[in-house]
Design a protein around this ligand. Sequence first.
Ligand SMILES: *[C@@H]1O[C@H](CO)[C@@H](O)[C@H](O)[C@H]1NC(C)=O
Length: 242
Amino acid sequence: MDVRRLQHSLLVVLVVFLPVFCGAVDGAAAGGGPDEALLALLLRVQSEALRALGPRGFDPKLYVDMPLAAAAADPGAAAAALPLPAPSRGELEAFLARYLAPAGSDLVAADPPDLDPAPRGFLPGVENGEARAWALQVHALWRNLTRRVAPGVAAQPGRHTLLPLPRTAVVPGSGYRELYYWDSYWIVRGLLVSKMYDTAREVVLNLLYLVEKYGFVLNGARSYYTNRRLESSTTVAASHHF
Ligand SMILES: *[C@@H]1O[C@H](CO)[C@@H](O)[C@H](O)[C@H]1NC(C)=O
């Protein structure tokens, strides 16, 4: 192997793995912060729920998305109230009702102001009446997927795994209650088809907010994604180098 090739290989290794090392350092530096205390509590609730409720229909994401309820002073106080060892189903349900709020309760539905039920120039190539009617039904679903982060999240971020996005978010839906990176690409393309330019701009401004705050777009707008980098950031780094 000649020296140039060796240098090239080393550079590839560095570029591919450097973000991983940096992620590990970021994660270590963040250890013990308010987000970590909440996440530690929610992970414990998640594993107790799996044990008490069983794997059938178990939704692991449900628990890590739950905000602290008003009755909990902080995650540590809530953790102290979780009955030890191995709470029963009833004890766990009582704990959830008192100390945690429902997943998704820190997002509020938002009406996109630029959603026109039948926008001018919508899918001009689709002439079939049934196909157009169906497309307009799909178009109307933007209303179901548009959210704002509740103001309490920015005021008390340590009580939420949800990140305080400043703008209107359009979410993938179902258990994916928050903004996602890769989904946002398709969402923005769909919003442009629907002529919803203002809402598309809001989505992009949220992504830029994440870049400004974390240095890259997170997989999704949750504190538990802040140490996880997508391949794409590595690819971008690589393409700058070669
Ligand atoms: C969208 O929202 C409307 C109005 O709230 C509701 O009737 C409809 O079932 C929702 N659609 C889906 C697919 O959730």
